[in-house]
Design a protein around this ligand. Structure first.
Ligand code: GLN
Ligand code: ZN
Length: 720
């Protein structure tokens, strides 16, 4: 039995990819140094494969994103120098970026205008020549097209067939190729499946062995998939458990190899080798030839657990990418009869982090525990009296610019060269300045600025018990950006209040209302590695209870508004819509649990996502008083979505797109508000930016907020 791995992280164990690329962006290294730096990383990836597995792709390395590289291969984009390439990624007219399936990786979206595809660059072919090892790697034509925008919507089949001709050209000279088609796991229409079959028919008779990979979920059209002229089919048996039932039911074609994804590419718990060998045996009873692989690309994991100083008991339970390669080796050895090969690998059964008391608390929750005792209409009345806000109240979403000085102080504090007392004093000073700044701007509801937080999830992970954070466990988010997902390993509890001190201090400096600021349970789970030994909703309710206690502490401290951010509410939704009701049921409930509070306390939530139509009914299940959302880019649609459900709560439509450094004018912002007032009542309308200001600079923040407050005042005067 052979092993086959793919998707090894390019970020590097110490984020070498980020370092070398960003040095080049700053022009502190030359183009030649950039190239040799990237080459060293690529060689590291290839040797990790070579040392551990039998088969692996070549050509996965990219300077920024493989979807962009595919567009270049197909002649849709082009570049001559690295600078031109990076322009496409992050220049003025860069391609739009969006989330890759239900992961937190973001790819660059191509726009297809004419369908004039051509074989402009055989990236994988060049790599094969350079290294003469590995199997040339391609993102498949269907996935590329399905995830692009432009005319593809109306002429999908025609485009796909044209594309297949180009792919034929690209792959025809190889013995064997690797093609990723994760979009095969989406819920596809019959005509899309027919188009796939027709397109892949073009590869028939080429004499090229195609290893076709699907992942992230199960494929719904297996029997059609079997008809494609490919040599091997990769299926995900971790997140696509339905694949197992399906192949047991309908079998597997005799003339093809099954590439069984049996080690997890999305989560970090060690593979149970014994159980997995049993699974592989079961699969070998159905398919004649079985190869084992990871179940999803490994770049959703950090590189290695080596060098992490986590508690031994936790460390012994987890695997990152390198360890996954080793697991494939172990499964193979045990499968082939060396039963002792995996001894000790996944035998840690310590109860580290487990807490029966908290478990009981969760199982004792009753339906009523998720429901506020006072309905919105009544709360609204009480809150209006207490808060006494003007028409079109203005506020911000939480964070303010985190500048060089702040980052330097934080680094010094972490290194130990700045004492905790001095660091706290510094943060207090930042809050002093920010309160004064908000007074000067004339905003109505203030925030404390989140200066003490680097990452909205990691910050809470560090304060909660049952969640660990890593030292260098970065995974890629987009381009050179990485983040460190915390690890939820046990029952989650809150040893003490997490955010009260700073917010209370901010409130003590002003008569205006300061909003407390929390990250919601769905978002904490979405951006962490989660437990798999209990249902995800139980973890969500545990976090919900911690946040509920935090809200109570705010109330005691005299804070009248609390915002609970659920940035990942849509992102965490399963790939297949048929699984949505179950997900949104717990997602809404854990938010509601977090926000159980006195009726006088106004609960806000915030979401940064713009296509609300498909989830609007699920948003309405969250019992907040006010929602602030991203809307600057597609306001028309959003308003229609909210109108459809007769939305009657308060809403802050973002009037300033904070993802761009441009300063919006009063006219720009007025237009957003006026357009929305057709569907939303003016009494419920807040005016705010569309997300946090952490990544902006002070000058544009000041200019934009001035315009924002002017807009509110103007409309207030006119429409009162
Ligand atoms: N309160 C957070 C902030 O302002 C929200 C960030 C987000 O939605 N991604 O930074
Ligand atoms: Zn946001």
């Amino acid at each position: 039995m052979q092993t086959y791995a793919y998707g090894f992280p390019r970020l590097g164990e110490n984020r070498e990819f980020k370092k070398v690329t960003e040095k080049y962006w700053k022009k502190s290294i030359s183009e030649a140094e950039l190239k040799s730096g990237l080459k060293a990383i690529e060689e590291g990836m290839l040797s990790a494969y070579e040392e551990n597995v039998d088969k692996f792709p070549v050509g996965e390395m990219t300077m920024y994103d493989n979807m962009l590289d595919t567009a270049i291969m197909l002649g849709l984009e082009n570049y001559n120098t690295p600078d031109e390439y990076y322009e496409l990624c992050r220049g003025k007219d860069a391609l739009e970026m969006t989330k890759w399936f239900n992961t937190n990786y973001h790819y660059l979206v191509s726009e297809i205008n004419s369908g004039d595809f051509r074989a402009a660059w055989n990236k994988a072919g060049e790599k094969k020549e350079e290294y003469n090892k590995g199997i040339p790697y391609y993102i498949g034509p269907f996935t590329f097209l399905k995830l692009s925008k432009g005319i593809v919507k109306d002429s999908f089949k025609e485009m796909l067939l044209k594309l297949a001709d180009v792919y034929r050209e690209l792959i025809k000279d190889f013995d064997e190729v690797h093609i990723d088609e994760p979009a095969f796991v989406l819920e596809l229409e019959a005509d899309e499946i027919a188009a796939i079959k027709e397109a892949y028919k073009k590869f028939e008779g080429l004499g090229v062995k195609i290893n076709l990979f699907t992942y992230y979920e199960a494929v719904d059209f297996l029997s059609d998939l079997y008809e494609l002229p490919v040599a091997a089919i990769g299926l995900d048996f971790i997140n696509g458990r339905a694949n197992l039932d399906n192949i047991k039911k309908i079998g597997f074609p005799e003339d093809k190899t099954l590439i069984a994804g049996v080690v997890d590419g999305r989560n970090i718990w060690r593979t149970d080798i014994k159980k997995t060998v049993e699974l592989v045996k079961e699969l070998a009873g159905v398919a004649k030839d079985v190869v084992i692989s990871n179940a999803a690309p490994l770049y959703h994991l950090p590189v290695t657990i080596e060098g992490e100083d986590l508690d031994e008991r936790l460390l012994n339970k987890i695997s990152f990418a390198k360890e996954r390669l080793n697991e494939l080796k172990l499964i193979k050895e045990v499968f082939e009869g060396n039963t002792e090969a995996a001894a000790g690998w996944n035998e840690d059964d310590s109860n580290y982090g487990l807490n029966q008391q908290i478990k009981d608390k969760i199982s004792n929750l009753k339906d009523g525990d998720f429901v506020k005792s006072t309905p919105y209409a009544q709360r609204d009345k009480m809150q209006r009296e207490i808060l006494n806000l003007p028409l079109f109240p203005t506020t911000t979403i939480g964070s303010y610019p985190q500048d060089k000085e702040l980052r330097a102080k934080r680094a010094a504090f972490r290194k130990g060269s700045l004492s905790e007392a001095d660091y706290k004093e510094f943060i207090k000073g930042k809050i002093d300045n920010l309160i004064k700044f908000q007074e000067d701007m004339g905003l109505d509801v203030f925030v404390h600025g989140e200066f003490e937080r680097t990452d909205m999830v990691e910050f809470f992970a560090q304060k909660l018990d049952g969640i660990a954070t890593t030292k260098k466990g970065f995974i890629i988010s987009y381009g050179t950006r990485g983040y460190r997902p915390p690890i939820i390993f046990g029952e989650v509890s809150r040893p003490e209040s997490m955010t009260i001190e700073e917010v209370k201090y901010a409130q003590s400096l002003t008569k205006k209302t300061v909003k407390g600021m929390l990250t919601g349970p769905v978002t904490i789970i979405a951006w962490s590695f989660n437990r798999i030994d209990i249902p995800v909703k139980e973890v969500a309710y545990q976090i919900g209870l911690c946040l509920q206690d935090e809200v109570k502490d705010y109330e005691e401290a005299g804070i009248k508004i609390v915002q609970i951010d659920e940035a990942a509410y849509r992102e965490k939704a399963p790939i297949k819509k048929k699984d949505w009701p179950k997900y949104f049921d717990w997602a809404a409930k854990c938010f509601n649990l977090s926000s159980i509070s006195k009726p006088e306390t106004q609960i806000h939530t915030h979401m940064c996502y713009s296509e609300f139509g498909e989830i609007i009914n699920y948003i309405c299940r969250m019992d907040f008083d006010c929602i602030t959302i991203e809307a600057t880019r597609s306001k028309g649609d959003i308003i229609k979505d909210f109108k459809k459900v007769n939305f009657d709560r308060q809403i802050g439509l973002g009037v300033w797109d904070i993802h761009s450094p441009a300063v919006p004018s009063v006219e720009d912002m007025e237009e957003v508000v006026r357009g929305s007032l057709e569907a939303l009542s003016k009494e419920n309308f807040w005016i705010n930016p569309d997300c946090g200001l952490k990544t902006r600079d002070w000058p544009e923040t000041e200019a934009s907020l001035k315009n924002l407050v002017t807009t509110a005042k103007k409309l207030r005067e006119e429409l009162k």
